[in-house]
Structure formats: C-alpha cells, structure tokens
Design a protein around this ligand. Structure first.
Ligand code: GLA
Length: 393
C-alpha cells in the first residue's frame, strides 16, 4: 500500500508531510449466521484485506473525500455543518455518517482531506461497509483525541449503519472489523458482547472464500423482513415464557412448548436460530480441541439450515457450496454473511486448493453460467493506525 501516500499527494495536490494512515479489515464469519440480532453466539474473524485511508487535517471546516475504488464519483466535498445523508454522495455516506456522530458530540472540529482505497470486493458480503465505518471512527478518534474505546467505536459504527444508512444490521460485522486479532477467530455473545479469542489453527488447511459474483444488496427488504419475523416470534414466545430475553436464549424444549403459537414461517426461522446458536457454541469447542472435520460437519448443517429454515441462500450459494462438498479437499463449506448472494467460506486442505479452485469454478460455471472468484483468506488484526514501518514493507 506504499503507493497510497503519493496517490494522496497527487489527488489533493498537497505535500505528504502531515498525513497519517489507517486500516480496517473486512471479515468472514465461520459459523453463527443471522444470530447476532437474535442475541446469540457468532464466530467471525477479521481478514487481511480491508480498507486504507490516508488523512490530513485542514484549517477550515471542509471535508474532501476521494476513493480510488470509485474514481467515477470524483471528489465528494461537504462542510461540517452539512452532514446530512445525500444519495448522490453514494459510498461517501458511510464515512459521512460516522463524521456526523463525532461532529454532534463536539469531537470532530476541523475539516479533513481523506483518500480511501480498499481491496475487499464490494457487495460480496465481506463487510466492506463496516470496514469503512470503523476506519473512519478509529481515524477521527485518534486524530481528534477522542476517548472512545474500540467497543464504543464498534457500537457507534453499527448505529451509523442502522440510523444513517438505514440498514438494520446486527453487531457482528462491526465487532469483527474493530476487534479482530491476527490468527484468531472471535467467539462473540452478541447480547452481552462478552467475547473470547480462539486461536485459528487450521493445521494443513486454509480458509478459501468463494464469491458467487452475484451482487447482494444488504438493504434488501429480505434481511429486514427476517429480523421482523424474529421480533414478532419473540414477542409471542415471551407471552408464554417470561424469562426468555432473546430468541437465542430459547432451548429446544422451550421451542417445542411454544411453537404452536407461531406461524409456520416463524417456526422455521426460530428453529434455525436455536439450532445455529447451539452449533456455534459446539463449533467453538471443536476448534479449541482441534477437531476440524467435526467443525466442518457443523458448517454443513449450518448451510442446510440457512437454506431450508431461514431461506437466505438461493441457487448461486447452494450451487457453490454443493460443488465444494463434492471436492475431496473440502473440510467445511457454507454460505457466509447475510446470504442472497455474496460469498461462501470453505476450509480446504492446502495441497488441494489449486484443484478445488479449478473444479469448483468449473462446476459453478456450468450450472450458473459465469465464474466465481476465489480468495485464500489470511486472518489479521482489527482496525488501527498504521505506523510508517507497517506501510512500507
Ligand atoms: C450481515 C449483517 C450482520 C449479520 C449477518 C448475518 O452481515 O450485517 O449483522 O446479521 O448479515 O449473520
């Protein structure tokens, strides 16, 4: 990323002396899908790929944002007293929403020039939006000497996504992007935000992310619809069992006792939540014990449940996962993220990865009509400032 400082100098026509550089990763979730907003356990990790920012403070109250990923959008400029959502500002609404939060709190009090560049595929379900939100939050907190902890920055970023962008996401993405740790997965209880770092020792295998290359809009009504169905089911269940606070709290026995009060669709959604939450806790234990093939088996059950009960997969994700399971190098395969398109996460034996990419790609292409993309994922740290030594390697 050593080209970024010269790129900043060129874009803003400024000397690079006073710039600082920040990074926030993308994330992949290993298991625990559509569980965060239902108060249960998830198991994501931060990726090495992510979003970078080079930033310089200004004397006035002007904000100028430029993304090397969206050159066609040009420079996006606004002043600190005009921080409203503006559809024309497109990608820049993510940093703008975070800026509005800090401006309203009196922390952000001068203008900024920021150059962004990311290497997370956009709209692929690897949290490019949480990445740019946390990147902006960390950058403002550092430059303006804010006092927020990383978990505060995580919560602020989620609030921006919910209220400023209008996507009703849970806390998982922002948490993984903010709190990620090199070579570790995070077992997070989304209700209490208690978490544990689990060493991600995959032995002679690696995480391979496969992108369906089908674009997925998170703002899609289907995501918000799943949330409201779960909320409605929880309200009904609470009328019968008062001490259940979240759907993920529910035991299978309690589900059996209350299911007749739910619609057929609600029953399916709740059964997914209850079983996926159990699977995630079990998977975390298997990871600790190094039992990877059992872990992979739970990934399979997770995908089946997301396909049949939560109904968020679709032809592309199902085809990609089925093709992966046919390959002899596969230890685990499932969709990851919100679903409806986006990516799958696979655990594949190292000496089979090349063949896996070839064969799975071929099979997907023959059934769907275009190729998927593959990335061999490495697990890295959460959002942070990059010191000079980390930039030029
Ligand atoms: C998206 C949301 C997350 C989570 C996942 C599904 O990534 O942003 O909060 O709900 O979908 O697990």
């Amino acid at each position: 990323m050593e080209h970024l400082k010269p790129s900043f100098t060129k874009t803003f026509n400024k000397s690079e002396i006073d710039t600082r550089m920040f990074f926030a990763p993308g994330r992949v979730n290993l298991i625990g899908e559509h569980i965060d907003y239902n108060g249960g356990h998830v198991l994501p990790c931060a990726l090495h790929i992510g979003t970078y920012a080079v930033v310089c403070e200004r004397e006035d109250d002007q904000i100028n944002l430029y993304s090397n990923n969206f050159p066609e959008k040009g420079m996006v400029s606004f002043s600190l007293n005009n921080l409203q959502f503006n559809a024309e500002h497109d990608w820049a609404n993510y940093p703008k929403g975070v800026m509005k939060y800090f401006y309203d709190k009196g922390v952000l009090n001068s203008g900024l020039d920021i150059l962004f560049e990311g290497n997370i595929p956009n709209g692929a379900g690897l949290s490019s939006s949480a990445s740019i939100e946390l990147l902006t939050a960390v950058l403002i907190n550092e430059i303006f000497e804010g006092t927020e902890s990383m978990t505060d920055l995580v919560k602020i970023s989620q609030k921006v996504e919910n209220e400023f962008i209008g996507v009703n996401c849970g806390i998982m993405d922002q948490f993984a992007v903010g709190m990620g740790k090199d070579q570790h997965a995070i077992l997070l209880h989304c209700d209490t935000l208690n978490y544990q770092y689990l060493p991600l020792d995959l032995k002679d295998s690696s995480i391979v992310i496969a992108n369906t290359n089908k674009k997925r809009g998170l703002a899609d009504s289907a995501y918000n619809e799943r949330r409201s169905t779960c909320d409605a089911a929880l309200t009904k269940i609470k009328e019968k069992i008062a001490d259940v606070h979240t759907l993920a709290d529910l035991t299978l026995e309690q589900f059996e006792l209350t299911k007749d009060y739910l619609t057929e669709v609600e029953q399916k959604r709740v059964l997914h939540v209850v079983s996926e939450n159990m699977r995630t806790k079990q998977a975390a234990n298997l990871l600790k014990e190094g039992k990877l093939s059992e872990f992979g088996h739970l990934m399979k059950q997770s995908h089946d449940s997301l396909r049949d009960l939560y109904e968020v997969t679709g032809n592309e994700l199902d085809t990609l996962v089925e093709a992966a399971w046919k390959h002899k190098g596969t230890i685990g395969a499932r969709m990851t993220g919100a679903g409806f398109g986006g990516c799958t996460v696979n655990i594949v034996k190292n000496d089979e990865i090349e063949d896996f990419i070839e064969e799975v790609g071929k099979e997907y292409n023959s059934k769907v009509g275009y190729l998927p993309s593959f990335y061999i994922a490495t697990i890295g740290d959460g959002a942070k400032e990059l010191k000079e030594s980390e930039v030029i390697q």
